[in-house]
Structures are given as structure tokens and as C-alpha cells.
Design a binder for this molecule. Sequence first.
Ligand SMILES: CC(C)(COP(=O)(O)OP(=O)(O)OC[C@H]1O[C@@H](n2cnc3c(N)ncnc32)[C@H](O)[C@@H]1OP(=O)(O)O)[C@@H](O)C(=O)NCCC(=O)NCCS
Length: 182
Amino acid sequence: MPNPTKIPKTLLTVNRVRDFNISDQGACLNIQRNTFPASQSSTDFAREIRKSNSIYLVAYFEHCSDQIDRTIKLNDYLCQCKTNTKNVSGFIGGWNVADEIQIVDFIVDEPFRGRGIGQLLLTSLIEVACSVKSKLITLEVRASNKPAINLYSRFGFKICGRRKNYYVNKTEDALLMNLEIN
Ligand SMILES: CC(C)(COP(=O)(O)OP(=O)(O)OC[C@H]1O[C@@H](n2cnc3c(N)ncnc32)[C@H](O)[C@@H]1OP(=O)(O)O)[C@@H](O)C(=O)NCCC(=O)NCCS
């Protein structure tokens, strides 16, 4: 009978978040261009990370394939397993002004959506917001962007305003959403 406490020798993918560094620039630009191919502008990541009030985080995944043949908790396993790839799957960026953080970039690469990476990034940004004692997180989102609005709502963001015809083609409103941090 198989020992249920043994972790099988399978490929395990784990998602993690860390601070953006300049070597992530290419991957993040690709993700941005793939997501918004019609956009004329892209983020100047090098400039962003030089700014003292910018907060940029990246999600990356690791494939772990080592078997550890003893009873351990999953977290122990993740700490010990050897990594053979590191790849960026998404990023989130915000500006910390006074006691507010404005989210200005938030994208998960299309093939990686619907796996909780967006939640992971948002959770991480909220943790940073708490650590710098922010009172509010703000953002703008297209009124038609249901996946993003659902995600923000699940985290407690509330719609607090609307900008009419806000986007370049002037056919769509932006919703303003806020999360108060106690
Ligand atoms: C908005 C965005 C960042 C969300 O990223 P994501 O990684 O897909 O988000 P999550 O996976 O955490 O959550 C999305 C959905 O997947 C579901 N999900 C999460 N983990 C899951 C899993 N393991 N299996 C299946 N579904 C899962 C969530 O419940 C959620 O479902 P819901 O929308 O029905 O509530 C992504 O859609 C994106 O990059 N969009 C384009 C850019 C954009 O619009 N950015 C926001 C600008 S304001």
C-alpha cells in the first residue's frame, strides 16, 4: 500500500512572489505587449524601480521535481526542493503616495490566468501596503473587465466612482475602486 505521507516523484509547480528586479524587465514587457497589443505605451520598468515610491512585484514559478522520501509538510518540501526553472508569470505595480497606494500595473500572463496568481500578487501588494502603513489602495479598471472586477471585489475593493469615456477610444468608462486598510 502506498505511503500517503510520501510525496511522489512528480513535477510540482509552485508560484511565488518577489520584488521586481531589472532582469525581469524583458519578461514583463513581453507580458504587457501580449496582453495589450494595441497599446502605444508600455511601462518604463527601469524608471519605475528607481523611484522611491514605486512598488513592483513579480510572480514567478518554479518546477520542483525532487522526491523527498520522508514525512514532511508541504512547505518544508517546497523549501528543500531543487529548482530547475524560474519564470515570470505576472506582475503588479503601485505608487505609494502619502498614505495611499495606487495600483498602476497588474497583469498575469494569459496562459497562467485562473490559477490564483492574480490573488497571490494582490495579496502580496496588500501585505506591502500594510507594512508601509497605507490606509487605502486605489485603482482604475475598465467597466467591462469582469475578471479583474471580480478579483478586486473578492478582496473587499468597493466601487467608489466612475470616469466617463475614460479610455483612449472614448467608448468605455473606468470604474474607480478602493480598498480601505484598517
Ligand atoms: C485580472 C488578472 C490579473 C487576474 O489574474 P489571474 O491570475 O487570472 O487571477 P486569479 O487566478 O487569482 O483569479 C481569477 C479567477 O480564477 C479563479 N481561480 C483561482 N485559482 C484557481 C485555480 N487553481 N483553479 C481554477 N480557478 C482558479 C479565481 O477564483 C477567479 O475566478 P473568478 O474570476 O470567477 O472569481 C488577469 O485576468 C489579467 O492579467 N488580465 C489582463 C490585465 C488586466 O485586466 N489587469 C487588471 C487591470 S485593472
